[in-house]
Design a protein around this ligand. Structure first.
Ligand SMILES: NC(=O)c1ccc[n+]([C@@H]2O[C@H](COP(=O)([O-])OP(=O)(O)OC[C@H]3O[C@@H](n4cnc5c(N)ncnc54)[C@H](O)[C@@H]3O)[C@@H](O)[C@H]2O)c1
Length: 371
């Protein structure tokens, strides 16, 4: 029987992305052979924070091929960081950028690629998903600018779940919800297709299954693998289908007010789903099926996502993330001014109400048709 569920068949454009993905526990050992495969002999390693210890191990394997290290990575990539990173690449005459770490390390590598055209090999250690996209972000004078450029899309991505065992529980939960947001918006984003819909649904199932297990036992290797698999699908979905109101809100609110990226995604997601509940009902039904497959039974997908977040201790309100309530009208105006394609038209008053609800963390109200 053909149902509304198949409405995506009314028309789509699917564009495949040429990327190589290597996945599995212990695959960090493959970095050197992947560097060779890319024909690189001069590698600049970008890694900051605790992830730098993984980079140390990789540097040992690469030996004399490492010509420099850049470790001053900062979330949302301030332009000063981008400039310093690009200088490190040119000063060392690197022919490849190897980033190890979360979205902040990947972001610094992308800033280098944007300026120099150097290829990227990415070894992600969070669930952010940036490694699968051609999207870059730079922050200047308190404003985050985001754009697309194929030069910043990594050529090779190595996913080793062993590298995520040290990711603290709270960051795992928030980062997992960051990935979840890519999957949810991929269901109705401008580039959605039957393939992205299938991938997004499977990714939501994987993450909704894995994250409670990761939170219960961060050393659970099977759960870590399943979560990283979901994060890969999430990054792919974001990079292929695009995004909508949720990501626009998170870029504006997170970037302009310098708030933790993953936490903002977590706090906003159920309310963005509620905002689009009526206008993307068929698409979001897939999210509900995926949550059900993970054992989450809720009256609607927005509420199901909210329940998942509460169960894993992921952020559920913007107040705790650090947004001041008095900034909400200005933030809503910036979101509207940024413009975007979204199932439900975007208007200032409705976005302001969405942010007020997300700020308080009240239960999402999708069935009212407005938030
Ligand atoms: N361009 C894109 O497509 C895209 C997509 C998603 C996110 N992003 C960007 O990525 C950034 C956020 O990425 P993030 O959430 O991964 O943050 P992050 O890279 O800053 O990592 C969060 C924290 O976790 C720590 N960490 C990372 N891996 C660890 C590990 N294995 N063990 C212990 N600690 C570890 C980091 O040191 C940091 O303190 C933002 O700037 C966001 O805009 C971009």
């Amino acid at each position: 029987m053909i149902t509304d569920f198949d409405s995506v068949l009314t028309g789509f454009v699917h564009e495949g992305q040429p990327m190589r993905v290597v996945f599995g526990a212990g695959r960090i050992a493959d970095v050197a052979s992947e560097v060779d495969r890319l024909g690189s002999t001069r590698v600049l390693i970008v890694a900051g924070g605790p992830e730098a210890t993984f980079a140390d191990r990789i540097a040992k394997d690469l030996g004399h091929r490492v010509v420099g290290r850049f470790s001053d990575v900062v979330m949302h990539v301030p332009v000063e960081v981008a400039t310093a990173a690009a200088r490190a690449a040119t000063d060392s005459n690197a022919d490849l950028v190897l980033c190890v770490g979360g979205g902040s390390s990947t972001g610094a590598a992308k800033a280098i690629a944007l300026g120099t055209g150097l290829p990227i090999l990415a070894v992600p250690t969070t669930y952010a998903g940036s490694e699968m996209t051609a999207i870059w972000g730079l922050t200047q004078d308190g404003v985050k600018n985001v754009g697309r450029d194929e030069r910043v899309r990594p050529k090779v991505v190595i996913y080793d779940p062993e590298l995520t065992l040290t990711l603290p529980v709270d960051i795992s939960a928030a980062s997992g919800m960051n990935a979840m947001a890519h999957l949810v918006e991929g269901l109705y984003a401008p580039g959605a297709s039957p393939i992205t819909a299938l991938v997004a649904q499977e990714g939501i199932r994987a993450l909704a299954t894995a994250l409670p297990a990761v939170v219960a036992d961060p050393a659970d290797r099977d759960a870590r693998s399943l979560a990283l698999y979901g994060a890969w699908l999430a990054g792919w979905t974001l990079g292929t289908a695009g995004m909508g109101i949720h990501h626009k809100i998170c870029h504006v609110v997170g970037g302009n007010y310098d708030l933790p990226h993953a936490g903002v995604h977590s706090a906003v997601l159920p309310y963005a789903m509620a905002y689009n509940a009526v206008h993307a009902a068929n698409e979001l039904h897939r999210a509900q099926l995926a949550l059900q497959a993970a054992g989450i039974d809720a009256p609607d997908p927005a509420t199901g996502m909210w329940q998942l977040e509460r169960s894993i201790g992921a952020p559920t309100n913007l107040a705790d993330i650090g947004l001041s309530q008095t900034d909400i009208p200005q933030a809503a105006a910036a979101v509207v001014a940024a413009g975007m394609v979204n199932p439900r038209p975007v208007d200032q008053q409705a976005i302001e109400q969405l942010l007020v609800d997300a700020w308080h963390g009240v239960p999402p109200r999708p069935l009212e048709g407005t938030v």
